[in-house]
Write a protein that binds this ligand. Structure first.
Ligand code: CA2
Length: 144
């Protein structure tokens, strides 16, 4: 099984700013944890972070030719990007949405996700652990 992990805008800042909201882990450490989990389970994993909506759309399109599942934290694009939603919907690769924080316990504008209607499911509010849960959820798709 091959899994693509996509991190959206500003997530490259993890561990350097706002640790009270997003925790102390860096993006590098999250990716390393995921690589380790994937290796232990015999799964291939590729990760990408981009601040650019277009780059994320292109990455989703390109991954359709090789990825069995996508794990995405679309960050602020969760709440704004019809382009990302359309890409996920168009390619049909099973996609799991992840958020470090509980978006429903935060500002009103974060309560609505344009991505969740086209995702298999959403993990929100469990910090870094949410990525591990998403990986397990992606693996479980193989049994479906
Ligand atoms: O909780 C999440 O994972 C979010 O996707 C994070 C986004 C936010 O816009 C979503 O509503 C919820 C923001 C990512 C910004 O990441 C930063 C990391 C460190 C310092 C500042 C921003």
């Amino acid at each position: 099984m091959k899994i693509f992990v996509l991190h959206g805008p500003n997530l490259n800042l993890l561990g350097t700013r706002e640790p009270e909201v997003y925790g102390a882990a860096t993006l590098e450490s999250i990716n390393a944890m995921l690589e380790e989990e994937a290796k232990a389970r015999g799964v291939e994993l590729k990760t990408l972070q981009s601040n650019s909506e277009g780059e994320l759309v292109s990455a989703i399109q390109e991954a359709a030719s090789w990825a069995d599942a996508v794990i995405i934290n679309p960050a602020a694009y969760t709440h704004t990007s019809i382009a990302l939603r359309d890409a996920i919907s168009a390619v049909g690769t099973p996609t799991i949405e992840v958020h470090l924080s509980n978006i429903y316990a935060r500002e009103e504008f974060r309560h609505h996700s344009l991505i969740s209607p086209v995702a298999v499911g959403q993990v929100t509010g469990f910090g870094v652990e949410g990525y591990r849960l998403a990986l397990l959820a992606a693996l479980s798709l193989d049994d479906k």
